[in-house]
Design a protein around this ligand. Structure first.
Ligand code: 16G
Length: 252
């Protein structure tokens, strides 16, 4: 039983609007993906889960049923719920954070935080499919690769999913890691646009380039792993002389 309390999100959070069955499901999924539970291990029963996490049996049952529907576990009547053999879940284009992206290119990621504040913004709210008055957390960082400025990144998150995230210091920690480890948020997909534009005064200043020079603009909307609920909208302006966008495509 002790194994189920290890992992990034150690407890269920009642102060965020993610349903408890969903949080419990994600927590168990993480244990399976990190091999804390191995294929064919028996998972705790509904009763055990409800006691350990202080949730109703209905909630525990819903988490197990969803895990079964997603192919992570299988049930044997009278014996319990067991971890299924892993499926190949290799995505075509992986949804990565800046930190992962830069590390994968053999460089050291970093950030200079310019702004972290609570705002409301009609245009962004529309992209996130929430009311114009919804509180958003704006995190603006100059992203560094090997200590050189690479991008000006402005992220907006829906605050009620990650209350108090504005207190994190994003100089050295990954935003996606905080979402995952502190709020149990797992991302499912992102939609991203990439276009060319010329650097405005702020971009030129922080990226240390001439105003008017061409840069790459990326706009991303990121969704929870229900693939329906937007959680983040990001506007990133990359130096085009230091960054090449890479996509791997597969036939069929
Ligand atoms: C990437 C993402 C951005 C995300 C950030 C998190 C694009 C265009 N943007 O830069 O959406 O907020 O990673 O990075 O790819 P972090 O986890 O390293 O803070």
């Amino acid at each position: 039983m002790s194994r189920i309390v290890k992992g990034p999100l150690q407890r269920l959070r009642k102060d965020i609007p993610l349903p408890l069955y969903y949080q419990l499901k994600e927590l168990i999924k993480h244990q399976i993906e990190t091999k804390a539970f191995k294929p064919h291990d028996r998972l705790p029963s509904e009763i055990e889960l409800s006691e350990v996490y202080g949730v109703s049996r209905m909630t525990a049952r819903r988490a197990l049923v969803d895990l079964e529907n997603e192919g992570f576990v299988y049930r044997e009547s009278g014996r319990g719920t067991f971890v299924a053999e892993p499926k190949l879940r290799q995505g075509l284009r992986r949804l990565t954070s800046f930190t992962e992206d830069i590390k994968a290119r053999g460089m050291v990621p970093g950030a200079k935080v310019r702004e972290v504040e609570l705002v409301s913004d009609e245009h962004v709210a529309q992209k996130l499919n929430v009311d114009a008055t919804e509180t958003l957390v704006k995190v603006q960082r100059v992203r560094l690769a090997d200590n050189l400025p690479l991008a000006l990144e402005t992220s907006y998150l829906i605050h009620r999913y990650c209350p108090e995230i504005e207190q994190s210091d994003f100089t050295n920690i990954s935003l996606y890691k905080v979402l995952n480890e502190q709020y149990g948020i797992y991302l499912g997909k992102a939609e991203q646009y990439l276009e060319a534009k010329s650097a405005g005064p702020l971009e030129a200043q922080v990226l240390e380039i001439e105003e008017g020079k061409s840069v790459l603009l990326m706009e991303r909307t990121t969704y929870l792993d229900d693939n329906e609920t937007p959680i983040e909208f990001v506007n990133s302006v990359y130096r085009s002389d230091r960054y090449r966008f890479y996509v791997e495509l597969k036939a069929g």
